[in-house]
Design a protein. Structure first.
Length: 227
């Protein structure tokens, strides 16, 4: 099928796109929703300003849509994008894993428009999915955390097998989702098979709130390196 991929620069959306491409689908467009609401129910916020550079690195056209990020109202914005792309695509990929809120709403929009809703690892085992990402060459940096006991030290951490082991333990003890599906953490993909070059974080700033035990890492400047 001819697909658009909803991407944010985070691991789930890019891995969904990667799996769809590996299955033989053609990715024609990248789609990003730029939300003004940091508490958006639907869309990834941290470092969304980097999607233009990421799209250039992938080598596909990017369609961006601004959204106020108001609950339920933001669905009209993604719908308007898909309506415009419909003559050229058969469906869309998303990185949904376990969020019924996101999955059912995207599915409903796609059903109304006659498009396929492709979520390659929906319902998958979170630990297996994360380890598969690493095995398939994804280099993933944590750029936001919002779930104690995740601490400031997790910001900027690149996920490896040891990190996955720790997330598994945190899941057992505290219920933290291993893929961060509940908003426990957000990520930035530094490298993957979709990229022409590796992303290098050249300048960033950590912002941490000790009262809420949450924070994020603003990536102000990136560069690229040959693989």
């Amino acid at each position: 099928m001819r697909l658009a991929s909803l991407i944010s620069g985070g691991k789930d959306s890019l891995y969904a796109m990667y799996l769809a491409k590996r299955q033989g689908h053609e990715i024609k467009y990248l789609v990003s929703l730029i939300s003004e609401n940091v508490e958006s129910y639907m869309f990834h916020i941290p470092n969304i300003h980097l999607v233009d550079r990421i799209a250039e690195n992938i080598g596909l056209p990017l369609v961006k849509q601004q959204t106020k990020g108001v609950k339920e109202e933001e669905l009209k914005d993604i719908r308007s994008v898909l309506e415009k792309l419909k003559p050229e695509i058969d469906g869309i990929t998303t990185g949904a894993v376990a969020s019924n809120y996101q999955k059912t709403r995207i599915d409903s929009i796609c059903f109304d428009l006659g498009l396929a809703s492709i979520a390659p690892f929906w319902g998958g085992n979170p630990e297996e999915v994360l380890r598969s990402m690493l095995g398939d060459g994804f280099s993933i940096m944590i750029v936001a955390v919002a779930a104690p006991p995740l601490s400031e030290e997790w910001l900027g951490r690149v996920i490896d097998e040891k990190c996955v082991d720790e997330l598994v333990l945190l899941n057992r003890k505290h219920g933290i989702h291993i893929l961060g599906e509940g908003g426990e953490f957000d990520t930035l993909v530094l490298d993957c098979p979709l990229y022409r070059k590796k992303i290098l974080v050249k300048h960033s700033e950590k912002k941490w709130d000790p009262k809420t035990m949450s924070g994020h890492m603003d990536v102000m400047e990136i560069g690229f390196a040959e693989k």
